[in-house]
Design a protein around this ligand. Sequence first.
Ligand SMILES: NC(=O)c1ccc[n+]([C@@H]2O[C@H](COP(=O)([O-])OP(=O)(O)OC[C@H]3O[C@@H](n4cnc5c(N)ncnc54)[C@H](OP(=O)(O)O)[C@@H]3O)[C@@H](O)[C@H]2O)c1
Length: 261
Amino acid sequence: MRFFAVFGNPIKHSISPRLHNLALERMGLDGFYTRVLLEDGNSLVSKFKSLKLSGANITIPHKEIALNQCDVVEENALKIGSINTIVLKNDQIYGYNTDAPGFIRSIEKFGSIKTAIVLGAGGTAKAIAYALKNSGASVTILNRSKLRLENFGEFKNFSWDTFIGGEFQLVANTTPVGLNDDSLPAPIEILEPLLKRAKFAFDVIYNRPTPFLNMAILNGAICKNGSDMLLHQAVLALNLFYSNSLDEKTIENHMREAFSL
Ligand SMILES: NC(=O)c1ccc[n+]([C@@H]2O[C@H](COP(=O)([O-])OP(=O)(O)OC[C@H]3O[C@@H](n4cnc5c(N)ncnc54)[C@H](OP(=O)(O)O)[C@@H]3O)[C@@H](O)[C@H]2O)c1
């Protein structure tokens, strides 16, 4: 049997085990997927090896620190600077980022995006910003504080106190704000004008209707939460665990079923 896990802190909210285990079972694959609370991101690979895992996902807040522990990193993940999937092959750890293609698949119904503003400057913001840029959008980053903006030198980037406003087709929240609280990912005087002018809004949060998406709906934006991004990044990760030998549509159907359980 092969064993897989998702590492993060916090981790108890993760529904990845539910998605992966139903797909594994329905597809007759001899595997099991669990969740592991990881406090020290530097110990990711040693923990992975001591648990004798074949593959894993990495979530908040370890996606960037995980990249440095891989033996081989896929080109897109290197450009993004963060990984969410590792696979053991020939005693080497391979790192991938399936958040970026997962996000793009999840917003297919929005059509082609020309301008976007990404709220947040963490690992998920990197994946989403690069995914949007690679698909032809002009991307601006807006973060609460300045420090992490250093990682976004090739994008227009602002902290709340330097932001000058603007009009963007898509407003994408990549912060964890709204996961367990009722606050907004940026001050209301910044956010409301953005949402009034936006055509689309996306939120990485998927466990509940967030104040951000509620405000976007009130302002007439077409909205999407993070559930399809989670689904598609998981489909791609499971396929990587099995050397891309599985049928993605079949995995997707089983994982969609798992969502509704
Ligand atoms: N749906 C999906 O498939 C999916 C995939 C990946 C991640 N996610 C979710 O995405 C979220 C972010 O993950 P991450 O790994 O990118 O986290 P991260 O690297 O820790 O980055 C968090 C970002 O959020 C900002 N932030 C945190 N608290 C804030 C607050 N109260 N107000 C305003 N900004 C705040 C931080 O700003 P500062 O720099 O100022 O601290 C930082 O830019 C998590 O909730 C994760 O579960 C969902």
